[in-house]
Unconditional design. Structure first.
Length: 98
């Protein structure tokens, strides 16, 4: 699971509320990005075969499969996924050079 890393500090040495909030938003965006990528991978696999396991899909089963793929991708990403979200977070946390 992608978790925010404490950043900016307050006078007592702890992270500031704004810093934690920003990092939480960034971690959530990275997780959503990974879920989107996983979902697209699943969709392209299903589309390339004309349906799962080579079976043709009708309209209702296609809608159900799209929803199932989306939920699976989100669940997978929430549990750590393929590590793409962590790489995105690491890249965003890298020091920015002027």
């Amino acid at each position: 699971m992608i978790q925010p890393v404490p950043g900016g500090a307050t006078s007592n040495g702890g992270p500031s509320a704004a810093s934690v909030k920003e990092q939480t938003k960034t971690a959530d965006a990275a997780r959503q990005f990974e879920a989107l990528l996983i979902g697209q991978m699943l969709k392209s696999m299903r589309d390339s075969e004309g349906g799962w396991l080579g079976t043709g899909d009708d309209e209702s089963s296609s809608s159900a499969m799209e929803y199932a793929q989306e939920m699976f991708a989100q669940s997978l990403a929430a549990g750590g996924g393929l590590g793409i979200g962590k790489l995105v977070m690491r890249g965003l946390e890298a020091p920015q050079k002027p």
